[in-house]
Design a protein around this ligand. Structure first.
Ligand SMILES: C[S@@+](CC[C@H](N)C(=O)[O-])C[C@H]1O[C@@H](n2cnc3c(N)ncnc32)[C@H](O)[C@@H]1O
Ligand code: FES
Length: 451
């Protein structure tokens, strides 16, 4: 008995540029359209759609197979999708004009492809060619830098509803020839399209990178552009063991971009944190290094009984004030300018939060902050840390291990830490019932209770 009435496999095998493949012929768009159409027709519980690797029929792609019949389709185009869904999946009649049923030819082509592939791999291996995976890792900065430069120059907003390189160059106050080169690279990355001399935003670019779009992420992403400069110092930072000070850090846009970047991540995660901790019995929260205030805002919205105090650096507090005001929770969220490493925390809190804070500090600084948080908590109050948590051997997950280097190039003594690190500091600071709460996404909570 099959769990689904139909199971479709669509080839999505990525190959190096210039090599024929199903994705190069549009299989990704076909897959996305099939998925949308299947949902729209209410077929998701009858049809399973799965991506698959190369079937050795690349010249005939995009290729897909539909089971239980074992029907092979080739040269499937976006425009074929409604017909496949209506005729095959709904009416049970495969689309004849797309079927490929010359089994002998298919088998011969697939076997020949397999042989050629193995021979090519053996030749590369013998010649000592750098594997694609390493090649891509080494050149990975190029697409990243292209997109960051486009964001810094606000290229996608300048493209607007469509424009040529001269017009865009004038709008972003940059050299037309160079802008043209950048625009062409952005087209090659799928972030723009080009018709004649005119460039247009791809749907994702229009949605996420254009000023005025509801889902515009540009301001938050400019923080990543700032971080780029710091990452360029990684070699020297590794040599010296701490960050190298660079000019970019005094950029006046640094702090607003940084806080916008924090808010971009925090606003959705804050709802997860409120759900994980609950608001029962919670009256006063101290949000250390609250940044955009996203976590305090979420708690204030979750319960009218909760009052939050955000302690952050003097240059950040005016920015925090704007986010709090815009959220309409100023009556519940108060702000304090100060330095959490030295200033008094106050007392009687039910929760002290450290969201994305501990990675900025050394082990000794974190232990000291935890001790002082312990003093600031009421009986049964909770210290809540949210951060990237390293595996016990500290060699993963990848995002946390890379983030640790982000702290090497960006702070005096910060790093990502493991669950064992957090547990030992909380225990040494006098917390009981220390536990990790897993959240969806890259960071988790570590919570300890003051008894
Ligand atoms: C990585 S951000 C996290 C912001 C916020 N908690 C969140 O998760 O979105 C770190 C915050 O700590 C603040 N901060 C850094 N050092 C601080 C210190 N010594 N005292 C108070 N706040 C500090 C920064 O200004 C920034 O708002
Ligand atoms: S890439 Fe799709 S069959 Fe080879």
């Amino acid at each position: 008995m099959e769990p689904f009435r139909f199971h479709m496999f669509v080839c999505m095998q990525q190959k190096p540029e210039g090599v024929t493949s199903c994705p190069a012929n549009g299989s990704m768009a076909v897959f996305a359209a099939l998925d949308r159409e299947i949902q729209a027709r209410g077929l998701s519980s009858d049809v399973q759609i799965t991506t698959c690797g190369c079937m050795g029929l690349c010249d005939e792609g995009p290729v897909m197979v539909v089971y239980p019949e074992g029907v092979w389709y080739r040269h499937v185009q976006l425009s074929d999708v409604p017909e496949i869904v209506t005729q095959h999946l709904l009416a049970g009649k495969p689309v004849d004009r797309l079927i490929w049923n010359d089994s002998a030819a298919m088998k011969a082509m697939s076997l020949e492809h397999g042989e050629k592939f193995r021979a090519a791999m053996a030749a590369r291996e013998k010649a000592g060619v750098l594997p694609d995976r390493l090649e891509q890792m080494i050149r990975g900065f190029m697409p990243s830098r292209c997109l960051l430069t486009a964001l810094e120059l606000n290229i996608f907003t300048a493209v607007g509803q469509g424009a040529n390189a001269d017009q865009i160059g004038t709008r972003v106050h940059a050299n037309a020839r160079a802008v043209g080169m950048l625009l062409n690279a952005l087209v090659s990355l799928g972030l723009l399209s080009k018709i004649g001399d005119d460039y247009r935003n791809a749907p994702e670019s229009a949605r996420f990178f254009v000023q005025g779009s509801k889902d515009n992420h540009r301001n938050g992403l400019l923080h990543t552009a700032n971080i780029w400069h710091r990452w360029s110092t990684l070699t020297d930072a590794v040599r010296s063991g701490t960050r190298i000070h660079i000019d970019g850090d005094s950029n006046p846009e640094w702090t607003p971009n940084f806080i916008a970047g924090m808010q971009r991540n925090a606003k959705d995660r804050a709802l997860l944190v409120v759900k994980a901790l609950g608001t029962e019995g919670v009256r006063r929260i101290l949000d250390l290094g609250g940044g955009s205030g996203a976590y305090s805002i979420a708690f204030a919205k979750a319960s009218p009984d909760v009052k939050c105090e955000i302690l952050d650096l003097a240059e950040v507090v005016p920015l925090t004030a704007e986010y709090v005001r815009d959220a309409g929770v100023s009556a519940q969220v108060s702000l304090r300018a100060g330095d959490m490493l030295h200033d008094d925390f106050g007392s009687g809190y039910n929760i002290v939060m450290l969201n994305a804070i501990c990675h900025m500090f050394s082990e000794e600084q974190n232990l000291e902050v935890f001790r002082r948080a312990r003093q600031a908590l009421a009986f049964n109050g909770r210290l809540v840390v949210q951060d990237f948590i390293l595996n016990p051997d500290k060699a993963g997950p990848q995002q946390a291990a890379l983030f640790s280097l982000n702290m090497l190039v960006g702070t005096d003594a910060g790093a990502a830490y493991s669950e064992a690190d957090y547990t030992s500091w909380m225990t040494a600071a006098g917390f009981a019932e220390v536990r990790r709460i897993k959240l969806p996404g890259p960071s988790d909570l570590i919570v300890g209770r003051a008894e």
